[in-house]
Design a protein around this ligand. Structure first.
Ligand SMILES: Cc1cc2nc3c(=O)[nH]c(=O)nc-3n(C[C@H](O)[C@H](O)[C@H](O)COP(=O)(O)O)c2cc1C
Length: 190
């Protein structure tokens, strides 16, 4: 069945981005025929939640004004059949712009709710999150960016599965960056 795929593109280096190239390979391989909505975070007027907007958000949530334009991104994320995040590995995780986006989609009453027992219930419909990233060094073991996205899905938004596609070591030998990227893309998306 045709899926509604939400692409959250945080590939700040745009057409020069290795992660953006991985994203395209993923979409060609796994999303043929699906409907794709793409958010280019770097072209959006995203701002961290500061006091004024935080108070506005809290007032809207208190009045259950979930249809307010303030929550457009949250409703879009709630309704997607799958969310594909693409972000380079920066400073052990991902660019802050992606965290700002996540602040905008985490809204009580829209993408999650609190249970009477003090727990959380995720309200997102996605079958899974997909996390696509490339790293300069060899990031052995856990990738903190991937770990965080998985945690937000599982513990807050109700998306139990996260699939990760990560290529590391791209900056180890700059003369081999393109070769390594291409061969790893062929391996990950055969
Ligand atoms: C601001 C910044 C921070 C970075 N931090 C790290 C890091 O902590 N560890 C690492 O291995 N590579 C780091 N890198 C290298 C990138 O992860 C690597 O070049 C990656 O392939 C960039 O992806 P892109 O081509 O999609 O932008 C950093 C690059 C930039 C620009």
């Amino acid at each position: 069945m045709k899926k509604n795929i939400l692409v959250v593109d945080c590939c700040i280096r745009k057409e020069k981005s290795a992660t953006a190239k991985m994203l395209e390979a993923y979409l060609v391989k796994y999303c043929k025929g699906d409907s794709i909505e793409r958010l280019r975070l770097y072209d959006m007027p995203l701002k961290p939640l500061l006091l004024e907007e935080l108070e506005k958000r809290d007032a809207l949530l208190l009045e259950k004004k979930y249809d307010d334009p303030f929550f457009d991104l949250a409703r879009q994320a709630r309704d997607a059949d799958r969310i594909v995040f693409a972000a380079p590995f920066w400073d052990m995780s991902f660019p802050s712009l992606l965290k700002v986006y996540i602040e905008r989609i985490c809204a009580s009453g829209i993408t999650f709710s609190s249970t009477a027992e003090g727990g959380l219930q995720g309200l997102c419909k996605a079958d899974k999150f997909v996390y696509i990233s490339s790293c300069g060094g060899y990031v052995r073991g856990e990738n903190e960016g991937a770990r965080y996205i998985r945690c937000v899905g599982q513990k807050l938004l109700g998306v139990k599965e996260t699939e990760e596609f990560i290529i590391d070591g791209l900056d180890v030998d700059p003369s081999q960056r393109e070769n390594r990227l291409n061969s790893e893309i062929r391996r990950l998306f055969p």
